[in-house]
Design a protein around this ligand. Structure first.
Ligand code: CMP
Length: 461
């Protein structure tokens, strides 16, 4: 406060003292109008100090105490343009003896003309003031005005600007923002989003709901504090319409997230043999029919997997008969560390990354697996929980080999258990090395121990 009013008040008081000395001791020798100017200058200095002091008390003390935040600069400016003329006009008329009636009459006319000409601008200006005072939204929040949605970039005394998802900027006059209902999605507020999707009548909700909930829960930008809700919205003509309620951190991402969720649902349905429902129409175009049958030569893929070398052709064909086929979207998690598992996977197409927790609490990639590689063998052969996350890097097509298929082969083929125990020990050792753990620290890491574990687990002789 002292800093703000220091120089104008000092100047005012000094000038006032000079004026008093001149006025009372040297009045006759002085040129009278110059005394008037001196007094006017002193009063101007004091006026500036008074306005600053009032502004400080109003905005830095009272406003801050009540609203717990900084007062907008616009308000200070408003105070100045109202109070300065109120103080300066009496100085001009009283001290300088200037006739103000002309100025006032002209200024009244000018004010009316300006007021009419600037009706809209003034409307925006006052709406800007009310937005500044109320602060219904902040920079970084997303707002929906009419049917336009964007992230607030700036609020000036005349306009509010938002950046849309198309990376364009829309500028609204503040009067529009003040007049229209606006929906505000504060940043970090866990705003809720509702997305509908169809599922066939033939698949029970008990199956659909947990599958979709899990897919949505693990997506980026879905708030981890609230578990998504999946529920039936309505019974439509060709399908049950479900709705997902999920909470997002940044609302501007929701169109991308909706698209991603629909994409994930497609893959989820494909893996679980669920058909996306649609009204059926039969169009027969025999010459353009797609060839039916398998997408890959699965026998060839199994032949590439070295670890299955001890198996005969018949045994491999036995595996292929009972195999499952799955398709994953890029970014999807195929296996989650800590889950139970009783099957392994061979990659037919695409890439997967294997991630384990690192020392600093993040996760690190320990391997990238490509066509012909396998994963999931550790849990399958030892009964331990999955020891790593496996994520699809590209669209990933897999075949799944389950415990029931492997069990009879292990009984007949002792080399197979040995080959897998070597592979498991090698992978575990590599992971321990990456995590800077000593190999002895893990009970399972020696091939022999792994082999014993496999034998116990499968009750082999
Ligand atoms: P499982 O533990 O069943 O599930 C996660 C899988 O990640 C694991 O089996 C292995 O198949 C695979 N995995 C773990 N570590 C590695 C590694 N270092 N290299 C390749 N694959 C790995």
């Amino acid at each position: 406060m002292i800093k703000k009013i220091g120089w104008p008040s000092t100047l005012g008081v000094v000038l006032l003292l000079v004026w008093a000395v001149l006025r009372f001791f040297f009045a006759e020798e002085m040129y009278q109008p110059s005394l008037g100017y001196l007094l006017a200058a002193a009063l101007v200095g004091i006026s500036v100090a008074v306005v600053r002091a009032v502004s400080y008390i109003l905005f830095d003390v009272i406003f801050q105490k009540r609203k717990q935040r900084e007062a907008p600069a616009l308000l200070r400016f408003m105070l100045s343009i109202v109070v300065y003329p109120l103080l300066l006009l009496p100085i001009i008329s009283g001290v300088l003896k200037k006739d103000l009636s002309g100025i006032l009459a002209t200024s009244a006319v000018v004010s009316v003309i300006i007021g009419l000409a600037l009706q809209d601008t003034l409307g925006n200006f006052f709406a800007g003031i009310s937005i500044h005072i109320e602060q219904p939204f902040h920079i970084g929040d997303s707002i929906l005005v009419g049917n336009l949605i964007g992230k607030v970039e700036s609020v000036t005394w005349r306009t509010t600007s938002i950046r849309t998802n198309n990376n364009t900027i829309i500028t609204f006059p503040n009067s529009k923002v003040a007049r229209e209902p606006i929906e505000i999605f504060p940043y970090g507020n866990l705003n809720r989003r509702v997305l509908q999707f169809p599922a066939p009548y033939s698949v029970p909700p008990e199956k659909i709901i947990p599958l979709v909930r899990e897919v949505v829960r693990t997506m980026p930008n879905v708030a981890s504090e609230r578990t998504p809700i999946v529920r039936i919205a309505s019974f439509a003509d060709s399908s049950i319409t479900y709705e997902i309620l999920y909470w997002v951190i940044d609302y501007m991402w929701t169109p991308d997230m909706d698209a991603k969720i629909r994409e994930r649902i497609w893959y989820l349905y494909s893996r679980n043999g669920i058909e996306i429902p649609y009204p059926h129409r039969q169009i027969i175009t025999p010459e353009r029919a797609l060839p039916e049958g398998p997408r890959f030569d699965y026998e060839d893929i199994l032949n590439r997997v070295e670890i299955f070398d001890p198996l005969t052709l018949e045994e491999k064909q036995e595996i292929l008969k009972g195999m499952g086929r799955y398709l994953y979207a890029p970014g999807e998690t195929v296996l989650r560390r800590g889950d139970a598992g009783s099957s392994m996977f061979v990659i037919c197409e695409g890439k997967a990354e294997v991630r384990v927790p690192s020392n600093n609490g993040d996760s690190q990639v320990v391997a990238v697996l490509e066509k012909g590689a396998f994963f999931g063998e550790m849990a399958l052969f030892t009964g331990e929980p999955r020891m790593a996350n496996v994520n699809a890097v590209e669209e990933l097509e897999l075949i799944e080999i389950r415990k029931e298929q492997i069990e009879p082969l292990l009984n007949r083929n002792s080399e197979l258990a040995e080959a897998f125990s070597n592979k498991i020990a090698e992978r575990q050792a590599r992971n321990a090395e990456q995590a800077n753990r000593s190999i002895e620290q893990s009970a399972l890491m020696q091939p022999k121990r792994v082999l014993n574990r496999i034998k116990n687990f499968f009750k082999l002789k």
